[in-house]
Design a protein around this ligand. Sequence first.
Ligand SMILES: *Cc1c(COP(=O)(O)O)cnc(C)c1O
Length: 374
Amino acid sequence: MIPYGRHSVDEDDVRAVAEVLRGDWLTTGPEVSRFEAELARWTGGVPCLAVTSGTAALHVAYAAAGIGRGDEVVTSPLTFVATAAAAALRGARVVFADVQDDTGNLDPDAVAALVTGRTRAVTAVDYAGHPADYDELRGVADRADATLVGDAAHSLGASYKGRPVGLLADITTFSFFATKTVTTAEGGAVALPHGERHTRAARFRNHGLVRDPAEQRDPGHGGWHQEVHDFGLNYRLPDVLCALGLSQLRRLPAFLARRAELVARYDTLLAGTPGLRLPGRRPYTEPAWHLYPVRVLDGRRREVYDRMRAAGIGVQVNYIPAYWHPVFEDLGYRRGMCPRAEAYYGEELSLPLYPGLTDSQQDQVVESLLTVLH
Ligand SMILES: *Cc1c(COP(=O)(O)O)cnc(C)c1O
């Protein structure tokens, strides 16, 4: 089976992890800050906090933004459910705005129509690794006095009008899950500038603990004393995994290049295929392709999915509109709310895309798709 995504772990990655396992630190040690510093080179210098998953990163981001009960968070339904779930877990009401028909990214006009006095955050998702329209979203978020969050689980290494992802939103989140462009097996990160929100994020990652006596309410107990001022969780990414992340980051330029090459080949090999629509792209972006999402027209997506899977091609569908999940249905969300996202979901098929995919395997994917479509 050719999978839709696959990690690439080489001997350097293995050595980096083994070295930490033989050392003094397993959990929080020097690899964490080294990984965070290296990651910040990809976010235009915006400081990064490593956490245990992309979902944890979103939870931290919403905590840092001060999202709580009664607040509204506007986001895209064409995403993994965690983008919305993390906000709901903070007690916020999630408001789903529709996407652009061609990129699948959050439509700034749709967001503008839905912001209210209670909107505290607008969360963009760089679907498939293509940056959202950040200038327009920035305008809408600023007018609403809301925090602009970027779920960049797909788009580490991408840029928009010459600016890197990480520098575009107020708070940006990454995922290092196994299929993502860079992996730590499970892992994630939050990028945000130093300041009050950064402090909140760092504390939330570590049980809310306040260790600096100058910040404590009742200091003077002794060197062991620590306080919790706001509840937090344990979202610390261990040294072992940060070592893997560091090693993977060194390979990121090669990962991005190979993914771009494969995308260009798909574009060429599939151009003009009847019954198929290729992913849209804005000329002012440099995407970091995580997915290659085609649209299968004429109501044939299910058939194409089943037949390609049967032929050993592990195609995938990304994503069921988040509010179609029963948990949102039970909260009163109804189908039909975001028709463009629903149409996108109804036709979407992610073709295999990962650095280890060979040209001949890709040819096999294309041949299988064309055979099924004919
Ligand atoms: C993968 C992903 C997440 C969640 O990341 P995990 O590391 O799996 O928790 C969130 N949002 C999007 C868009 C994702 O693709």
